[in-house]
Ligand binder design. Structure first.
Ligand code: FES
Ligand SMILES: [Fe+2]
Length: 378
């Protein structure tokens, strides 16, 4: 059986999707609806690449933890008594119970809720009652199983594969492009999770084009103009042109101060990026927000939004007054998009569906698809 048979994709439809933009078509519907394609994506995209978890300051204290459900299974991010963040598979080495749920503080040890084995927050096994008779049992070999974790500028990423290149290589020239925003000095103040009945790729494609903003967001951010930003590494970027931050749209609450010493390009507008495979960083003149798309199945995802401001803005006496305008904008615009995307997902199940011609304004949509297909090896 060829790979195309496995995922029911025809060569001609893929050729059209990958053709030069002026004669390219949208992706075949199976890319968004097929459980087999989703299975391939899990194996070849999500189990191989770095993916975003959260900001470091969301786990500030010793013993603080946060759990994540990923396509590689549940994982834990925990800050040890030595202050270090570590990532582990979220299961007990005895008979596999889930160790932690949600987020909280585990103190100096993680205790299994099933038979009370316990682990130091650095992963070493501490307590294992009634194991004296177990032949060859070695406590040092039964600590939590680590998952690769690296941070850049306070953004924490994980990767299930031990031999893929380091995060910094994955990010390519992103650190230079966002250098003058000094993202390491930003702090996350807001997150929101929205369940969405659509394929994860629809959310990212939508997040990289302004073709729809004049219609879908006519009452909020309105029509926008974008320009492509060249990148190296596993990410894409475009910029929505506006010398005023588009992080807020509320005319009655003034925007927060612009970040000092932004470079010339950064002053021109807000960068919208996709760090492959599944997170967007939107970086504006006064803030950044992310759209982390957590795939659950071919037609279900969770959109997690996060909002960050420079520490200097957080220190302003009227910061709380300002932040509301940003949070409202982020949520409202996201919900406008998700409504359209859930309907698009429904329409893609039509047995009469045929891929349609792309516009010149769909350049980044095609770029998102290209990277994903390359990972699948088709
Ligand atoms: S499964 Fe954790 S102690 Fe038994
Ligand atoms: Fe949108």
């Amino acid at each position: 059986m060829t790979r195309h048979d496995t995922v029911s994709l025809t060569g001609a439809a893929l050729e059209d999707a990958l053709a030069p933009l002026r004669r390219a078509k949208s992706m075949p519907a199976e890319l968004y609806t097929s459980p087999e394609v989703f299975g391939l994506e899990r194996e070849r995209i999500f189990l191989r690449n770095w993916f975003f978890l959260c900001r470091e300051e969301q786990i500030p204290e010793k013993g603080d933890y946060k759990t994540f459900d990923t396509l590689g299974g549940p994982i834990i991010l925990v800050r040890g008594q030595d202050g270090q963040l570590r990532c582990f598979a979220n299961y007990c080495r005895h008979r596999g119970s889930l160790l932690l749920q949600g987020s909280g503080n585990c103190g100096s040890r993680i205790m299994c809720p099933y038979h009370a084995w316990s682990y130091f927050s650095d992963g070493r096994l501490y307590g294992c009652p009634d194991m004296k008779d177990a032949e060859g049992f070695d406590r040092t070999e039964n600590g939590l199983v680590p998952v690769r974790m690296e941070s850049w500028a306070g953004f924490v990423f994980a990767c299930f594969r031990d031999d893929s290149p380091p995060l910094i290589e994955h990010l390519g020239d992103l650190p230079q492009r966002f250098g003058s925003h000094r993202l390491d000095q930003m702090r996350c103040v807001w997150t929101l999770s929205i369940p969405v009945a659509c394929n994860w790729k629809l959310i990212l494609e939508n997040a990289m084009e302004t073709y729809h903003t004049g219609t879908v967001h006519r009452d909020t951010v309105g029509a926008q103009v974008q320009r492509p930003i060249p990148t190296t590494g596993d990410w894409l970027c475009m910029q929505v042109l506006s010398r005023r931050s588009i992080g807020t749209m509320n005319a009655t609450i003034p925007p927060l101060p612009q970040i000092e010493r932004l470079d010339e390009d950064a002053l021109e507008g807000t960068y919208f990026s996709v760090i492959h495979p599944n997170v967007q960083f939107a970086v504006s003149q006064d803030c950044m927000w992310w759209l982390n798309v957590i795939p659950l199945s071919a037609d279900r995802s969770i959109l997690e939004l996060g909002g960050c401001f420079p520490e200097s803005s957080l220190a302003l006496p009227d910061f709380d007054h300002h932040r509301k305008a940003y949070e409202e904008r982020w949520e409202r615009v996201a919900r406008e998009d998700m409504g359209v995307l859930e309907n698009q997902q429904k329409a893609l199940t039509s047995v009469k569906f045929r891929p349609g011609p792309l516009s010149g304004r769909d350049d980044m949509v095609q770029a998102v698809g290209r990277w994903n297909l390359a990972q699948l090896g088709v």
